[in-house]
Design a protein around this ligand. Structure first.
Ligand SMILES: [Zn+2]
Length: 585
């Protein structure tokens, strides 16, 4: 996502996309009769519901989320849903009650555990954290099935995907065009779940009922649809271990274009793109033709597509984008930017590896999703067109740095704290994360770098289709892997780049036929980052042991520091441009 569009990095291109997205949203006027049906008073989810990745309740730490079975009827005319969720849990410790989250904008009409109705008074949902008392406490290893019937008008996204919820749009052909995007708020906006990255259900089955003239592609494998003959059709899907915020409804007058992808790992993966019927067929084909080359890049660079037994799926949405597992949202309008690929499609696809296969343990590690994901774009430009476009992309990212908060704090954070610029690194998790990854690759070399990334994503250096599961990972684990792969202790690199707001500063002084260099980091820690220096066209590497180095420089010689842009560092000319109000061209 890019601000969370996955909030794709706000490069100049994506700013345009964002502007277009906002225009689209604003132009979707509410029909007068629909407006009349809406609740007059402003409705808002609670602060608790709007947050995501908040500390789990003790009960949630004592239960495993085995499965969610969601039957959701989406009623476009009423901008409402009518749903039943059946949730399977296993106690991992003695458990007296079940605790899940569900937005209080939705009205719960019935609760049952193992088929027995739970009377009112034995369950409550204050603030969106719902507690259901068990008739008999569970012992560790025992299971419970919680059934919740609920309905109502879910939160409308003020500006998806950055401020999310439901998007009730109208397709150019006049039919309803509906999407959900809830990364900043979490799954509890429209289904009962545990809104935390460590609480992915083992499986989510989806039964989406929509008007029969619309399609409802969603996560996972398609299990067929049932036309009820009354104007409504149910679309059935099943997704293994979905990222919690990745469950997404997408409903519209879609046509599907599909093909098989023959992986370099030997498996065959179905690829599908659901687009609006009214789209220009040439543009549809142009985008779809990019699917296989992007898949090959990611498989060659990181490893097997993580969900090959389900699908590589993309759906056109009224909002810009979001990394919805096996059903990525695409709303970039087929825009060309002169770089030879669709950056939004590429960015969301990155999250199948960085976000959905490997999910951070806490939002404090969000750069593992967005920074490593954003580094895939310069790498893809190198793959397609060579070093020059890679460097051009890195420059665009370099100009976007904020350097106000460290990329990683070392403390548990809610997602909001990370994404809001007054409390956290915000876009630095994208741009600075990517540039740090580039400097790491330049320092340790391609073999150690790419092996480390693969181990982080899969937990093994040799992943094979069908032999790995989605996993959680942290910045500390990445450091441990990099240390193993290099046989070095690179704590100084992680500390100097990720845990400081300020960029490392390479201080230079030249006197008496010598250039003296010294690294100064945010916390004064030693930063032994080698630096290449070109002296009148001759290259040398200064080792910078202890963070300092010296090199002979003849009087009058021209000196160029870091000629290949290998080392992320403070650059005064960029600071001066930013201070003068500079923005990416
Ligand atoms: Zn993203």
């Amino acid at each position: 996502m890019s601000f969370t569009a996955c909030r794709a990095a706000l490069t100049g291109v994506s700013m345009l996309a964002l502007a277009a997205c906002a225009t689209t949203t604003a132009s979707q006027e509410v029909a007068p009769e629909a407006a009349a049906r809406q609740t007059p008073a402003p409705r808002e989810s609670t602060a608790f519901t709007l947050g995501t990745d908040q500390p789990r309740a003790p009960e949630q730490l004592a239960m495993r989320f085995d499965k969610a079975d969601l039957s959701i009827k989406v009623i476009p005319d009423a901008k409402a849903i009518d749903a039943v969720a059946v949730l399977d849990f296993t106690a991992t410790a003695p458990l007296a009650r079940l605790v899940v989250e569900l937005d209080t904008l939705l009205t719960v009409s019935g609760v049952a555990v193992d088929g027995v109705v739970v009377p009112a008074g034995r369950w409550s949902n204050p603030e969106g954290r719902m507690t259901v008392e068990l008739a008999e406490p569970l012992a560790a290893g025992e299971t419970a099935q919680l059934r919740i019937a609920y309905a109502g008008q879910p939160r409308v996204a003020p500006m998806a995907p950055w401020d999310g919820g439901f998007v009730w749009a109208t397709a150019p052909s006049g039919e309803p065009w509906i999407a959900t995007a809830v990364q900043p708020e979490g799954c509890d906006i429209f289904w009962p779940c545990i809104d935390h990255p460590l609480a992915e259900p083992g499986r989510v089955d989806l039964h989406i009922t929509v008007p029969s003239n619309l399609s409802a592609p969603t996560n996972g494998k398609f299990l067929g649809k049932v036309d009820h003959g009354d104007g409504w059709t149910t679309w059935n899907w099943s997704a293994a271990q979905p990222n919690t915020y990745a469950i997404a409804l997408n409903i519209g007058p879609y046509e599907e274009v599909s093909a098989d992808y023959h992986s370099r790992f030997g498996n065959v993966i179905p690829m599908s793109y659901w687009h609006l019927r009214t789209d220009d067929p040439a543009k549809v084909q142009g985008l779809f033709d990019q699917f296989a080359p992007m898949m090959d890049f990611y498989e060659a660079t990181v490893g097997p597509f993580p969900f090959g037994d389900e699908k590589m799926g993309v759906v056109e949405t009224p909002h810009l984008g979001m990394e919805h597992q096996t059903i990525n949202a695409y709303g970039n309008g087929y825009k060309l930017d002169g770089k030879g690929y669709d950056w939004l499609l590429h960015h969301e696809l990155a999250h199948e590896w960085f976000g959905n296969q490997m999910t951070n343990r806490n939002s404090d590690d969000m750069w593992l999703h967005e920074g490593l994901g954003s580094y895939m774009q310069p790498l893809y430009l190198r793959w397609l067109h060579g070093e020059w476009l890679m460097q051009a992309e890195l420059l665009g990212q370099r100009r976007g740095l904020i350097n106000k908060f460290p990329v990683v704090s070392g403390e548990e954070k809610s997602e909001d704290e990370v994404y809001q610029g007054d409390t956290g690194p915000a876009l630095d998790i994208y741009n600075k994360g990517s540039l740090i990854a580039h400097s790491l690759r330049m320092l340790i070399g391609d073999e150690a770098f790419f092996t480390s990334v693969t181990r982080l994503v899969y937990g093994t250096a040799t992943p094979r289709p069908g032999e790995f599961q989605p996993r959680n990972a942290s910045t500390d684990e990445f450091l441990a892997i990099v240390n193993e792969e290099t046989g070095r202790d690179l704590t100084w690199f992680f500390r100097g780049y990720l845990y400081q707001a300020a960029l490392p500063d390479l201080r230079q002084s030249r006197a008496d036929g010598e250039l003296a260099l010294e690294w100064v980091t945010g916390d004064g820690g030693v930063f032994p980052m080698p630096v290449e220096v070109e002296i009148d066209g001759r290259r040398e590497t200064v080792a910078m042991a202890g963070g300092r180095g010296r090199i002979a420089v003849p009087e009058g010689a021209h000196v160029l520091i870091d000629p290949d842009n290998k080392v992320l560092r403070r650059l005064e000319y960029i600071e001066a441009w930013k201070a003068a109000g500079g923005a990416n061209p």
